[in-house]
Design a protein around this ligand. Sequence first.
Ligand code: PLP
Length: 411
Amino acid sequence: MTISVKVEEAGFRPAMRIASVGVSKILQIGARAAAMKREGRPVIILGAGEPDFDTPDHIKQAAKAAIDAGDTKYTALDGSPALKQAVAAKFKRENGIDYAMDEVTVGTGAKQILFNAFMATIDAGDEVIIPTPYWTSYSDIVEVCGGTAVLVPCDADAGFRLQAEQLERAITPKTRWVLLNSPSNPSGAAYSAADYRPLIEVLVRHPHVWLMVDDMYEHIIYDGFEFVTPVALEPRLKERALTINGVSKAYAMTGWRIGYAGGPKALIKAMAVVQSQATSCPCSVSQAAAIAALNGPQDVLKERQESFRRRRDLVVSRLNAIPGLECRIPEGAFYTFSGCAGVLNKITPKGRTLLTDTDFTDYLLEEAHVAVVPGSAFGISPFFRISYATSQAELVEAMDRIERACAALKG
Ligand code: PLP
């Protein structure tokens, strides 16, 4: 899916670096569903990657206080000292990692952190190992930066987790990074300490490979799962690992755009160079809000986690009761990632044969008015992702519709 055709038709020539980068399928589906809603069709959107909660009050108050105090100017390049301190304290308190102030960076969302890191380290031909299913921005950002995304498919049977032998096989002299995401968007799968250890052993044997971990969903975990991040397990990795996190998902702050990371000083400095030429600094008011989020009361995290767990259980049990669908129980995040092999090659009431997971999700959107994202958007088929960060009532209605749509298939 390239955007080059359309822009060339309009007499515009895009730079080579973006010519092969696709427009996010998730955004496309969201836009289509929103358009259908505007036409009056009762679409339920289960595609969005953001919590449906509001940002907690004490965080909003901190932002208002910052505005009133005139905290509305440029800040230090990659985060105010107060926010960097709050980030360092978070890494120490929750992850047991000591990052000094010059080993911490703050950007406009974790997405900018990823962008800064790849932009600062990747030359043409450098490889980044990305286990699939994966958040598609990873490979797109790698490609924009001139690198090569090396996608390694992970089996549902292995819990969608990268295995040590797969990592060993994927590493070449050109490998710059391996990127791990736990809990994962889209699979919800998370790595325990026991899952990480064999991977860490491989990395210790390959000192030229750096590790990027995206811990964005750290605080959305279930059933007593013990979250851990690799640098806490193997301190020798600290000198070549970037531990990424942010406030977007944990504190329902997607619109505030604050992400952060801890890593070796030289890398953090190089990332700041990139940021200095892109955004100068993250928004000052959002930084004040993020300080309140990280330093303030944390009980809201547990309450919200419990609410997400109830919705996960509802969606997983309903999906597994539908013939043709199969869903493993995710350890975290707010997504289910279900196999839909059992509905392929079946015929819809309008006579269309479902050949791919995209055919299936198109059918759900057009006929059942439920917007979900096909596995192909995350590099693996046939699957589909549901974001259950929406009300229980909407979820029940959406699951009823999916059940009826599947029951109406013939063949
Ligand atoms: N990492 C993962 C796995 C995500 O799913 C997302 C957002 O969907 C991000 C990072 C980006 O988060 P932010 O809002 O901080 O840019």
